[in-house]
Design a protein around this ligand. Structure first.
Ligand SMILES: Cc1cc2nc3c(=O)[nH]c(=O)nc-3n(C[C@H](O)[C@H](O)[C@H](O)COP(=O)(O)OP(=O)(O)OC[C@H]3O[C@@H](n4cnc5c(N)ncnc54)[C@H](O)[C@@H]3O)c2cc1C
Length: 402
C-alpha cells in the first residue's frame, strides 16, 4: 500500500482546488481532474481514480473539498454508480471495463442503476426469475425488474439474471453491465408515497447483452452481487457528518420553533425524546467514524449492516418526532402534493412532512431492517442461521408464485 502523509494529501487537494476551481469549471471538468489526480477514491489503484492508499485517507481529501465554494456530494452526483457500481467494476471488471466505466461514473457522465429486485424476489433476491440465455457471443435477456432507482436517467445498469435454472438459486446467476439504451429495455415510472418517481419498473424483452459485458464468471453472479450489496449498505448507512448535523439538526430546529407553544408537561416529554434522539445520532456518528477509521482496503463485509440498520431506524424515529412536534400542521403537505420525476434521489430536503414520508423507505431500500438483523445475527454475531429449505434444490423445483 502506498504511503502519502495526510499533509501531502491535503496539499494535493488544495492544488486541485486552486488549479481547477470548481466554481469556474463545470462538474465534469472538475471531477475529471479530481479523478485524474487520484483523489476520487484514494484507495483505488493509481490510474483508476486512486492512489492505492488506505481508504480512511479519503476523509482528508473530503475535508478540504468541503471548504470549496462548490462541493459535489457523491450521493447526489451518482449514488448507485459511485456507491456500488465502481467497486463492483473494479473488483470483477476487465482492464477495458475499468478504462471505459470508472472515470465516467465518477464524473456523473454515466449514471448507473441497480437491476436486482423483481416482483417475486426482493429480500430473497437470489430467487429472481429474469433469464439470460447465451446465443453466440451474446446473451438474450427476458424478464422484469422493479424498484429500479434512477433507471430513467441511467446509461448503465447492474443486471443480475438467471443463466442456469437447473442449479440451486444462488449458483445459477450471472452478473452483467446492461446498456440501458439497448433495444428491448423499457422503463416505466413508479411513484412513491412522496409523489416522486425516483424509481421504476424495467421490462426486458429479448435484450441482447454482449458476453464482454459480463462481470465475473458465468454462474458466479451471486458472489459479484454480494460485493454490490455490501457496498450499498455502507453507502446508505456509513456516512459521517459533523456533530449535530443532518436529520438531527432538522429535528432540533423544529423543536426550537415549537417548544414554546407546548404545555409544560408535553415540553418535558418532547425534550426527553429530542435529547434521546440526539444522543443516538451522536453514537451512530461515532460508530461510523470508528468503522471508517478501521476500514481496510478491499470491499466491506457484513458489519456494514450495522450502520445501515441503525441509520434507517434512527432517521425514521427522528422524523416521527419532528412530525409530532408540528402537530396538526404535520398533516399538510407544504406546496401541494405534486407528482414529479426527479433526476436525482432526494432523501432529505424540502419539507419535514415530505422527508418524513421519504424516510419510511430507508428501512426497505438496500435490504430491509429485518434482513439486516438476520445478517448481523448470523454473519457478525455467529448465531444459528435461519432454516433455508431451498438452498440446495434446483431453482426450477422451488415453488414460487410468479
Ligand atoms: C426507495 C427504494 C429504492 C429501491 N431501489 C432499488 C434499486 O435501485 N434496485 C433494486 O434492485 N431494488 C431497489 N429497491 C428494492 C429493495 O431492495 C427491496 O424492496 C427490498 O430488498 C425488500 O424486498 P421486497 O420489497 O420484495 O419485500 P419482501 O422481500 O417481500 O419483504 C416483505 C417483508 O417481509 C420481511 N422479510 C422478508 N424476508 C425475511 C426474512 N428472511 N426474515 C424476516 N423478515 C423477512 C421484510 O423485512 C419485509 O418486511 C428499492 C426499494 C425502495 C423502497
Amino acid at each position: 500500500m502506498a504511503v502519502i502523509t495526510d499533509e501531502e494529501l491535503r496539499q494535493r487537494t488544495r492544488d486541485l482546488l486552486a488549479e481547477v476551481p470548481p466554481d469556474r469549471v463545470d462538474r465534469v471538468t472538475f471531477r475529471g481532474a479530481q479523478y485524474d489526480r487520484g483523489l476520487a477514491w484514494v484507495h483505488f489503484p493509481e490510474g483508476k481514480g486512486g492512489l492505492g492508499l488506505d481508504p480512511k485517507a479519503q476523509t482528508v481529501v473530503d475535508e478540504v473539498l468541503r471548504t470549496a465554494p462548490v462541493y459535489y456530494d457523491d450521493l447526489a452526483v451518482n449514488p448507485i454508480g459511485i456507491g456500488m457500481g465502481a467497486p463492483t467494476v473494479l473488483t470483477y471488471g476487465t482492464e477495458e471495463m475499468h478504462e471505459r466505466f470508472l472515470r465516467r461514473i465518477f464524473t456523473g457522465e454515466d449514471i448507473w442503476c441497480q437491476l436486482f429486485s423483481e416482483p417475486g424476489a426482493g429480500s430473497d433476491v437470489a430467487g429472481l426469475a429474469t433469464r439470460a440465455e447465451l446465443d453466440g457471443d451474446e446473451w438474450v435477456v427476458n424478464g422484469q425488474k422493479v424498484w429500479t432507482t434512477l433507471a430513467h436517467v441511467s446509461n448503465f445498469g447492474m443486471l443480475l439474471a438467471r443463466t442456469d435454472p437447473d442449479q440451486p438459486k444462488h449458483k445459477g446467476l450471472t452478473y452483467f453491465v446492461l446498456d440501458m439504451h439497448a433495444p428491448g429495455v423499457e422503463v416505466r415510472p413508479l411513484y412513491q408515497i412522496t409523489g416522486e418517481a425516483e424509481f421504476n419498473e424495467v421490462f426486458l424483452t429479448d435484450v441482447r447483452v454482449p458476453d464482454s459485458m459480463r462481470l465475473g464468471e458465468r454462474g458466479e453472479g451471486w458472489r459479484v452481487a454480494i460485493t454490490t450489496l455490501m457496498n450499498e449498505r455502507v453507502a446508505l448507512g456509513g456516512g459521517v457528518r459533523g456533530r449535530g448535523q443532518g436529520p438531527i439538526a432538522e429535528l432540533v430546529s423544529v423543536w426550537d420553533k415549537h417548544r414554546d407553544g407546548l404545555d409544560p408537561a408535553s415540553r418535558a416529554v418532547y425534550r426527553d425524546r429530542v435529547t434521546d434522539l440526539w444522543i443516538r445520532a451522536e453514537v451512530l456518528r461515532l460508530t461510523n467514524l470508528r468503522a471508517r477509521q478501521n476500514a481496510t482496503a478491499g470491499n466491506p463485509g457484513p458489519e456494514g449492516s450495522v450502520g445501515k440498520l441503525a441509520t434507517a431506524e434512527l432517521n425514521k424515529a427522528i422524523y416521527e418526532c419532528a412530525l409530532d412536534l408540528l402537530g396538526a400542521e404535520g398533516m399538510l403537505f407544504p406546496g401541494g402534493y405534486q407528482l414529479a420525476r426527479p433526476e436525482r434521489t432526494t432523501l432529505a430536503g424540502g419539507s419535514v412532512q415530505k422527508t418524513f414520508l421519504r424516510m419510511r423507505a430507508q428501512s426497505i431500500e438496500g435490504g430491509t431492517s429485518e434482513v439486516m438483523r438476520n445478517i448481523l445475527g448470523e454473519r457478525v454475531l455467529g448465531l444459528p442461521g435461519e432454516p433455508r429449505v431451498d438452498k440446495d434444490v434446483p431453482w426450477t423445483e422451488v415453488p414460487r408464485s410468479s
